[in-house]
Design a protein around this ligand. Structure first.
Ligand SMILES: Nc1nc2c(ncn2[C@@H]2O[C@H](COP(=O)(O)OP(=O)(O)O)[C@@H](O)[C@H]2O)c(=O)[nH]1
Ligand SMILES: [Mg+2]
Length: 170
């Protein structure tokens, strides 16, 4: 799976929270592409079976011109988390562009939308932004979450939701 989104929205921080259980206010720029590995256990609901899964999570440097690197970075991804920063509306307005690009390369893969930095704005404002993206017409969108890499809110949920979808038969 890979994380997509504008510069500074919190892609690296979400991965860090999920993989290392950590958060830092200090800015850590990703150089090139970083691939993190995380083993998770999924419970097969119907058969009560446990499945061990190794996730490979791709993080792309924000400064790189997205369009130039996109095809090779995105190709073969089983899923993507598209991240936006709720304190910067323009990053939310860019979601459709990211979505379209990912869909054009991986038409059968699923996408999760993460409205990140939800700790920075109040509930009312968050609800309004949520409604805005809910209207995005797209069959590939598996779910929309308001996340915070800082508090950890719904961070595990986005990766798990995507992982369950990836192992779904068919
Ligand atoms: N308050 C808050 N700050 C965040 C959150 N996620 C990331 N940040 C901060 O936003 C900045 C950019 O984060 P980073 O993960 O490097 O963004 P990236 O460019 O998308 O990888 C850093 O200073 C982070 O500490 C969050 O959920 N809440
Ligand atoms: Mg980064």
């Amino acid at each position: 799976m890979c994380l997509i989104g504008d510069f500074g929205v919190g892609k690296t921080s979400l991965i860090r929270r999920f993989v290392d259980r950590q958060f830092s206010d200090q800015y850590l720029s990703t150089v090139g592409v970083k691939i993190s590995r995380k083993n998770i256990e999924l419970v097969e609901v119907k058969q009560q079976e446990k499945l061990d899964l190794q996730l490979l999570i791709w993080d792309l440097e924000g400064h790189t011109k997205f369009k130039a690197i996109a095809p090779s970075y995105l190709q073969g991804a089983s899923g993507a988390v598209i991240v936006a920063d709720v304190s910067r509306q323009e990053t939310i307005e860019r979601i459709p562009d990211h979505l379209q690009l990912f869909a054009s390369i991986n038409p059968k893969s699923s996408v999760i939308l993460a409205l990140n930095k939800s700790d920075l704005i109040d509930e009312d404002k968050l609800a309004k932004l949520f409604e805005l993206v809910q209207d995005l017409p797209h069959e590939q969108i598996l779910g929309i979450y308001t996340t915070s890499a800082k508090t950890g809110k719904d961070v595990d949920a986005i990766f798990q939701k995507l992982a369950y979808k990836m192992i779904e038969p068919g």
